[in-house]
Design a protein around this ligand. Structure first.
Ligand code: DQA
Length: 149
């Protein structure tokens, strides 16, 4: 089975966007490191990014069906700012009964108060926060361990 790495809004700007917060690594670099981390564990990694809430929800539904079919282990998901606003993402993950590891590059708890609450966390199977882009690798390893036991 595969892993889906799903990135939400503005993460296409990684590398140029607030580099003091998010670093200089581009999304293409992140996706390459994810495929690499998966390969070392013998898992194929598929990467997607969207700036649109509904597109992310459709991707989560599709992932839920793939998990049920045994084709997908789960999803490593950085929902970007929708983390802090989207009941719809929470419902999508719950509704799809989807194993999701939530990732944030920055330590959201050390930042503005509006970043301290996550709608996604109560539906997540694990959370990786504040390790920079290395968090994606940690999340992939954690998801594989959790799902393979
Ligand atoms: C982020 C943190 C969010 O608060 C922010 O809106 C992002 C990126 C992170 O990876 O640190 O877009 O999810």
């Amino acid at each position: 089975p595969k892993i889906l790495v799903l990135n939400g809004p503005n993460l296409n700007l990684l590398g140029q966007r607030e580099p003091e917060v998010y670093g200089r690594t581009t999304l293409a670099d992140v996706e390459a490191l994810c495929r690499d981390a998966g390969a070392r564990l013998g898992v194929e990694v598929e990467c997607r990014q969207s700036n649109h809430e509904g597109v992310l929800i459709d991707a989560l539904h599709e992932a839920g069906r793939a998990v049920k079919a045994g084709a997908l282990l789960g999803v490593v998901f950085n929902p970007g700012a929708y983390t802090h606003t989207s009941v719809a993402l929470f419902d999508a993950i719950k509704g799809a009964e989807l194993p999701v590891i939530e990732v944030h590059i920055s330590n959201v708890h050390a930042r503005e108060a509006f970043r301290h609450h996550s709608y996604v966390s109560p539906a997540a199977a694990g959370i990786v926060v504040g390790f920079g882009v290395d968090g994606y690798r940690l999340a992939i390893e954690g998801l594989v361990r959790q799902r393979r036991g």
